[in-house]
Design a protein around this ligand. Sequence first.
Ligand SMILES: NC(=O)c1ccc[n+]([C@@H]2O[C@H](COP(=O)([O-])OP(=O)(O)OC[C@H]3O[C@@H](n4cnc5c(N)ncnc54)[C@H](OP(=O)(O)O)[C@@H]3O)[C@@H](O)[C@H]2O)c1
Length: 249
Amino acid sequence: MPEDSLTALVTGASAGLGLEFCRQLAERCDVIIAVARRRDRLQKLAQELDGSAEVHGIVADLSTVEGVAATLEALRQKGPVDYLVNNAGFSPFGQFADLPIDVQQEMVSVHCNATLALCRGAVPFMRERGAGVIINVSSLGALMTGKGMAVYGATKAFLNYFSESLQAELAGTGIVVQALCPGFTRTEFHEAMAQHGFERQRIPEELWMESAAVVQASLQAIGTGEVIVVPGEANQALATSLLAKAGAG
Ligand SMILES: NC(=O)c1ccc[n+]([C@@H]2O[C@H](COP(=O)([O-])OP(=O)(O)OC[C@H]3O[C@@H](n4cnc5c(N)ncnc54)[C@H](OP(=O)(O)O)[C@@H]3O)[C@@H](O)[C@H]2O)c1
């Protein structure tokens, strides 16, 4: 690979926002390290991007120590990475006391532990190069509290606080840190939730976004100095009112 070739590592690359990050980053990067559990989906992605980027599929379960270690190893061997997108995630539908604790702890591991480990793995290389972009995919849910999101919302609030502090610590290094906070986005995310009672049709149509538009907003925000990035006007209006309410409280 030439000296100036760029590399991205995207977790949750087999579907939804992660798949779309791979597609849009393939326009900027020569190598994509695509991480997820479903091997067939990663193979399909490699075929789709053939000719625009070299895709290295890494089959890893990021809720496990082994899965995170395998991803870190790929980051070291195929990196250094210029873009790190910590996107893998899921949400069980239900209230804290009704959901199995192991599923909720898996969510904490995927959203928080894996993100911390990969950031810790990538930052020293980025600092050495004086450049790099880290996108931690959070959620509009990070800005609100309520029934059914005790753990999901808390993990995403963790990502927002972590991203803001990390960006402050890395000021002047050339590294950009972003916490992307999408609202309702058409992906596979709500499929499992729908099987457990989540009613998609109750969400007003104007609140839904396509993953391509969410990823575009994220990539466009790089270099603007924004850490918390909320895509879409309807979501931005909601975020403004939630933040104002929190400030007043
Ligand atoms: N869709 C929305 O409305 C919405 C709104 C706000 C925030 N978000 C956030 O956006 C991110 C992406 O979600 P999405 O909407 O694109 O959902 P999605 O279509 O269901 O995709 C989720 C991705 O995460 C991967 N993943 C899940 N658990 C994993 C694990 N244990 N190890 C490795 N990979 C794992 C899945 O891959 P495999 O199953 O192949 O492992 C898949 O590629 C999540 O962090 C989510 O919280 C989504």
